[in-house]
Structure formats: C-alpha cells, structure tokens
Design a protein around this ligand. Structure first.
Ligand code: FAD
Length: 321
C-alpha cells in the first residue's frame, strides 16, 4: 500500500491517539522550508509511534522519522512514506538527581535551558542547536567540544516492527555525527549531567548564545552545516584552510547561488533559502561547491545534511546509514 492511500490514513486514525495529516506540506517541518506533501503522523504519546510503525510494517509502507527538520533536505515531490514527526506529546522532562529523562520531541535548546536553570551542565552546549532531543541523539549532534554521546546513558527506541527496546550507552555505536541507530525511532533518552555553579553556567550560555548570533544566519531558512569538516591524517597535516567553511570561503564561493539557494555570505558552510529554493537547487549548489573545492584544494566535502529520496531513503547512504 502507498503511504498516500486514504485507506492507510484512515487505518492510522483508527489506531492512534495522535493526529494524522494527509498531503501535509513537509516544508512546514523543515528549517530549509523545502519539501512537498506526505502523510504525517503527530504522535500524542510514545505508544502511537509503535502503533504507526506496526501498521506501516503490516502494509509494507516505508516510513521516516522526523524531528525539528534542522538537518534535512526533503524532496520537492514530498515523500511516499509515512512521516512520523516527533514533537509535542513526546516532550516531557523528568529529573532524578543527576539523571534526566527527556522525551525525543523536546527541542534541544529548551532541554539545554531547563537543565542549566536547575544547575546542571552537559546539555547546556546545545542552547543554540535548533533540533529535537531525538534528532540530536540520532545525529550525535555536538558543539563547543561536547556531543550527545558524552551524556547519554540509555536510549528508548521503537524498531521497524513496532517493538520497544532500551539501548544502554555501550550498545549505541556513536561516532562523529552518527549514532548507528538507523532503522529505529528514538522516543526517549536518559542522560547523566553534572552539577555546576549557576553563575558559571549562565555565563557560558550567554557567551555561546552570543557566538551563535554573530555567526549564524538565523533570520533566513537554512539547515546548519551543509558539509562535514574534512578529516584524516593527511588532511590534518595541511596548512591553510581546514574546515569546510574555510575551504568554501577560500574557494571564493560565498554568495554563490543556484536558483533560490545561496552560500551564506555570513557563514560559508551554511546555505540559505532566499525564498524560492527547491531541493533540486540545494543539491545543485552542493555539487557545484564540492566540484570547486575539490579542484582547488583536493578535498572532497561530504554532506552532513541528510539528503532524502522520494520513499524516505537516504541519498547519501555511504554516510547514513
Ligand atoms: C542554524 C543551525 C545551527 C546548527 N548547529 C549545529 C551544531 O552546532 N552542531 C550540530 O551537530 N548540528 C547543528 N545543526 C544541525 C541540527 O540542528 C542537528 O543535527 C540536530 O540535532 C537535528 O535534529 P532535528 O530534530 O532537527 O533532526 P531532523 O533534521 O528532523 O532529522 C535529522 C536526522 O535524524 C533523524 N531523526 C530525527 N528525530 C529522530 C528520532 N526521534 N528517532 C530516530 N531518528 C530521528 C531523521 O530521520 C534524520 O535522519 C544546526 C542546524 C541549524 C539550522
């Protein structure tokens, strides 16, 4: 069955407490403001995730887990896959001493602020990373020298057949910007944080926030870093530009455009939607930047942003999964 079939949406409505939206424009759920229509489930409770996955499994319908859409490029034609969008309903926060349990749908900046306000450090570094808790864990997002793998103790997931499981930290194969949790939906995570003096936390958060404001085109739709930084021993020995942003800038590409998307004049590793950008434009600019940087510096930039195909598959599969 197709995820777009009205009968599939009806069957979902019959089983779930959360909302089911048909032909819902995915641009609404992406910080790029790009993406065509799909059938979207907004789970009201964690059980909805298992019920939706079980039905998709029974009907042979592909699915795609979506958080706050801040690291993703969705197709212009939308998705012929069930989109399970985690947000409100799965955004609870619970504290037991140094251990905090966070719903996957909670925005990470909110988790950062709430835990810091209670005098705990560890998540405070995510104050300016605009994703969800689930997306952060899945991507092993990080900044200011910390990432999710530093604090995670357990991750509660639902597998493709709709079964729940709890993975302890040693079972999650975290690496740089990857958790290895492909094929599962994260519904909750438990992290261990460390007590910190309030004035130090407040000061660090203010500094990090100020740094973000200066270097991020927050007033334009974008998805954060488009490319990962090059790595490996041969690369680390090189002089000159090293990060993806420095390489793009040194290649003279700031302000380059394809259709409605532009290499941000503020931060070269961010592409911004100037208002009319399509997924095809973004992919075109990615290829143009990759070609120019490779010709100039011999470095092949790999996208960090997830490029998604029409059935919810990853178009950069060598990276994820
Ligand atoms: C202005 C800006 C600044 C940014 N700065 C940083 C930064 O400093 N460091 C950094 O690491 N990232 C940064 N990002 C990228 C992004 O915010 C992070 O990767 C974030 O963690 C993605 O979370 P999300 O909820 O938006 O995920 P989405 O974009 O919705 O999804 C990303 C991937 O995670 C999967 N996913 C999402 N939720 C779940 C779930 N519950 N279960 C299973 N899989 C899931 C999706 O299927 C997809 O493959 C930035 C983005 C922007 C727009």
């Amino acid at each position: 069955m197709s995820a777009r079939a009205p009968a599939f949406a009806e069957a979902l409505r019959g089983r779930l407490r959360g909302e089911v939206r048909e032909a819902e424009p995915l641009a609404r759920y992406s910080t790029y403001r790009i993406g065509g229509p799909a059938t979207v489930v907004l789970p009201a409770v964690a059980e909805d995730v298992g019920l939706a996955l079980r039905l998709a499994h029974e009907e042979g319908v592909p699915w795609f887990a979506l958080g706050l859409g801040s690291n993703i490029l969705l197709p212009d034609s939308g998705l012929d896959a069930l989109v399970i969008r985690l947000g409100k309903g799965l955004d609870r926060l619970r504290q037991e001493g140094e251990r905090w349990t966070l719903g996957a749908g909670m925005p990470a900046p909110l988790a950062a602020r709430r835990t810091a306000a209670a005098g705990f450090a560890g998540l405070h570094v995510f104050v300016g990373v605009p994703g969800s808790v689930g997306g952060g864990v899945y991507m092993n997002a990080g900044c200011h020298g910390g990432d999710w793998s530093d604090v995670v103790e357990t991750v509660t997931v639902v597998d493709a057949a709709g079964r729940d499981a709890v993975r302890v930290r040693s079972q999650v194969p975290f690496t740089y910007r990857r958790s290895g949790l492909e094929g599962e939906v994260i519904v909750e995570t438990t992290v261990r944080l460390r007590p910190e003096e309030q004035h130090r936390l407040d000061q660090q958060i203010a500094e990090m926030f100020e740094w973000r404001q200066r270097g991020t085109p927050f007033n334009q739709p974008c998805c954060g870093s488009v490319f990962k930084n090059p790595s490996g021993p041969s690369w680390e020995r090189q002089d000159g530009p090293r990060t993806a942003g420095q390489l793009i800038e040194a290649s003279g590409l700031k302000g380059s455009r394809v259709g409605g998307v532009e290499v941000s004049p503020m931060h070269a590793n961010y592409f911004v939607n100037t208002g009319t950008a399509t997924a095809a434009d973004v992919r075109g600019l990615i290829e143009q930047v990759q070609r120019t940087v490779e010709e100039r510096f011999g470095a092949r930039l790999e996208p960090e942003v997830k490029l998604i195909g029409a059935s919810g598959e990853y178009l950069n599969p060598e990276l994820s999964p």
